[in-house]
Design a protein around this ligand. Structure first.
Ligand code: ADP
Length: 165
């Protein structure tokens, strides 16, 4: 059974993430989307919210599971009994950080391989942070994220009394 973990913050999930999930799910028996509890980044959505949104987003892909984690990625991968980590590469700017992480993880867990999928061209510019920025200024984010993200962001901004999407 070939199992891979695709880790990330997914704050929020974008069509770029979804593209990597859909494509990597075809390469393995089971894909676990690992949602990082990253309080240092003070996320817009709590980890529970991010998990729920992702579950809804991937409900039509039968071999994908969404599981939160904190701490070391290699520990989570071990616990999940996975053999591979999947990451997406958008541009050369992602490369240095991703290379460092992959090599560090390989040192920590020599059996662990990281595979990289290059972004589909139409999503190469897309990141969670730019989506949040556009939304905060009232821009239309419907071409960047699934509909459920727009709904949840709208609720959050209404609650905070910030500008509408
Ligand atoms: P992290 O905080 O770990 O970078 P992200 O949620 O920002 O988490 O990203 C998770 C993974 O998805 C990373 O490997 C990132 O490079 C990849 N990714 C993010 N956006 C895109 C995109 N538009 N196309 C392809 N891969 C992407």
């Amino acid at each position: 059974m070939l199992r891979a973990v695709y880790p990330g913050s997914f704050d929020p999930v974008t069509f770029g993430h979804l593209d990597i999930i859909t494509r990597s799910a075809k390469l393995v028996d089971e894909l676990i989307v690992g949602v990082l509890v990253n309080n240092a980044k003070s996320p817009l959505f709590s980890v529970e919210e991010r998990v729920k949104i992702l579950e809804k987003t991937v409900e039509n892909i039968p071999n994908v599971k969404v599981i939160p984690f904190e701490g070391l990625l290699v520990e989570f991968v071990r616990k999940m009994e996975a053999q591979m980590v999947v990451r997406g590469l958008r541009a050369i700017t992602d490369f240095e950080y991703e290379l460092q992480m992959a090599q560090t993880n390989h040192k920590l867990e020599p059996e662990l391989e990281t595979i990289f999928l290059t972004t589909s061209l139409e999503y190469s510019y897309l990141s969670s942070s730019t989506v949040k920025e556009v939304a905060a200024f009232g821009g239309d984010i419907s071409q960047f994220v699934p509909h459920i993200v727009i709904e949840r962001m709208q609720e959050k901004m209404d609650k905070k009394g910030e500008c509408k999407l």
